[in-house]
Design a protein. Structure first.
Length: 128
């Protein structure tokens, strides 16, 4: 990301590699790795693996999935956190997706007084 002077944010650089493979028509596996300077997020590396199953809840284009990730911080004051996530994505139209998910975070990196945290999320994605 470029620097954002009005917000006082510095520049951050990184890269991501994503591997995705359909095993059969309804089952896919994926793996992601990301590396960053971490100046904005304090996350140096992320490794994630998971699987998705299409058609589990309704339509064949709607995947339900689970993923596990490990997030390694830049700062030694933060902890390495692990995340278990489950989600369902609704393909609303060709260019719209709506997702619901739940994350269980063990050893939250910047909340050293907590052993675990839970996050529920809803996301609307519009492609154009």
């Amino acid at each position: 990301m470029d620097a954002r002077k009005k917000l006082g944010l510095t520049e951050d650089e990184g890269m991501t590699v994503i591997l995705n493979q359909n095993l059969v028509d309804t089952l896919q596996v994926f793996a992601r790795y990301a590396y960053s300077d971490g100046t904005l997020t304090n996350v140096r590396q992320i490794a994630q693996a998971g699987l998705g199953l299409n058609g589990l809840i309704g339509r064949k284009d709607d995947p339900t999935g689970a993923a596990f990730s490990v997030n390694i911080p830049c700062n030694s004051a933060s902890r390495t956190e692990t995340v278990l996530e489950v989600f369902h994505r609704f393909q609303v139209t060709n260019y719209n997706q709506f997702s619901l998910g739940l994350q269980l975070i063990a050893n939250p990196g910047n909340a050293t007084e907590n052993e675990a945290a839970g996050v529920f999320y809803a996301r609307w994605r519009i492609s154009f």
